[in-house]
Design a binder for this molecule. Structure first.
Ligand SMILES: Cc1ncc(COP(=O)(O)O)c(C=O)c1O
Length: 413
């Protein structure tokens, strides 16, 4: 029987040998960012919760569900520095964003500000509102290369007009892995009377989050990404000073129940019909597991992962003979690398992973990393992630594979 200190020491020496991560050993996995990865101990906790549900589903759903969710909510509130009662669990960030967008009282001509690096689920939902509610998306461009956060602040604020009602701002952008200056954005936007929704899908577990001092109106995230909770665990946080709370897109059979001792916001979101809530119940286990990985806890893990991402990008850029286009200090535990545009003969075809280079990386090199075109800017990126199970040589492998594949593309003209 090894002690926790021995296990931590062994992990630090050879984190990729840690059996906690159920990864395919033949795969170079450099895409923690898209869907996260759930470690075995957390999956085991979830399996125990699933068995608990099936021992007596009626008692679970009617009597115990809220109590279990309250335990996870308390752990989440401590991690993100806010009151537990202001968090509602959702299946993911996509649903949380749609919930807020559909609950706002729109008037024709209202504008939503969302830069061209915002995630497509938010943009698609806004496009739907453009048709149904006659509002308008205003999408200022993030300048590339990025010099510093002042430039990002100015670029986003340039999209504000007297008609802006809501701004959606990613805490960490998806295509470019940039930490946006959300604190300054929230204070400048709110000073103009604009509601602010921070899309923090990537932030919890990757960078420190202090919701109380941030003061946004809404904050949403997924917990299956960097908190490494089971898939299907996200949340919506609503500022207690921001007026009436949203209700879920689908009201459950319990929405009309009289239970004055429990807040409607919690009643509404804790039960959204029969579903598998065990991922959300295991959020507390995920937070505890991730906090136990390094002697300095989550803060030490974040620092290590950030350094690994930046070092990985440095190696790749050196091999490809290019410069990074975003500053190291604005990278979290991910870093984006600009890719040359897809040659004309390859455009308009069908690719399994959306891009011919990503297909070849997976199929020929067994490397999983996103290579994608940002649909709003047309710019092509490769985004590397760094998590405890990654090691520096994996970025060298990717660098060599990218060099080979880009040469092949160039030869096609
Ligand atoms: C910035 C951002 N927002 C929202 C999402 C959606 O997350 P989910 O698929 O968990 O709903 C993502 C997913 O990658 C994202 O990067």
């Amino acid at each position: 029987m090894t002690t926790i200190t021995e296990r931590v020491a062994a992990r630090m020496e050879a984190p990729h040998m840690d059996p906690s991560w159920p990864l395919d050993p033949d795969l170079t996995f450099l895409n923690h960012g898209s869907y996260g990865l759930c470690p075995r101990p957390v999956l085991e906790a979830q399996a125990r919760y699933r068995l608990m549900v099936e021992r007596d589903p009626v008692s679970f759903f009617v009597r115990d569900l809220e109590r279990h969710l309250d335990e996870s909510r308390a752990a989440l509130a401590t991690l993100l520095r806010a009151r537990p009662q202001d968090f509602a669990f959702t299946g993911n960030a996509t649903v949380a964003i749609a919930t807020i967008l559909h609950e706002m009282d729109w008037k024709p001509g209202d504008e939503i500000l969302a830069s061209d690096h915002e995630y497509m689920s938010a943009i698609n939902e806004i496009r739907r509102l453009e048709q149904k509610r006659h509002i308008r998306l205003v999408s200022p461009a993030i300048p590339i290369p990025v010099r510093d956060s002042d430039q990002l602040l100015d670029a986003i604020m340039a999209g504000v007009s007297p008609r802006t009602r809501l701004a959606i701002v990613s805490h960490i952008t998806s295509p470019s892995a940039l930490i946006l200056p959300v604190e300054r954005l929230v204070s400048r936007l709110k000073a103009r009377g604009i509601r602010v929704l921070v899309d923090g899908a990537h932030a919890p577990g990757q960078i420190p989050v202090d919701l109380t001092s941030l003061g946004a109106d809404y904050y949403v995230a997924t917990l299956h990404k960097w908190v490494c909770a089971p898939k299907g665990s996200g949340f919506l946080w609503v500022n207690p000073d921001s007026g009436p709370r949203p209700r879920p897109i689908a009201l459950s059979s319990r929405a009309s129940e009289e239970r004055p001792w429990r807040d409607l916001f919690l009643r509404d979101f804790d039960y959204q019909g029969t579903a598998d809530y065990t991922g959300q119940i295991a959020v507390k286990d995920a937070i505890a597991f991730m906090s136990s990985l390094m002697p300095g806890g989550l803060e030490a893990l974040r620092r290590r992962n950030h350094q690994m991402a930046v070092e990985g990008r440095r190696r790749i850029c050196e091999t490809l003979g290019i410069d990074p286009v975003t500053p190291d200090d604005l990278c979290p535990s991910m870093a984006a690398i600009p890719m040359p545009a897809m040659p004309a003969p390859l455009q308009g075809k069908r690719y399994t992973f959306g891009d011919p280079i990503q297909d070849r990386l997976v199929e020929d090199h067994r490397i999983q990393v996103p290579v994608w075109n940002n649909p709003t800017t047309g710019r092509r990126w490769c985004r590397v992630s760094a998590q405890i199970y990654n090691r520096p040589e994996q970025y060298d492998r990717l660098a060599e594979a990218l060099r080979e594949e880009l040469r092949r593309e160039q030869s096609m003209g």
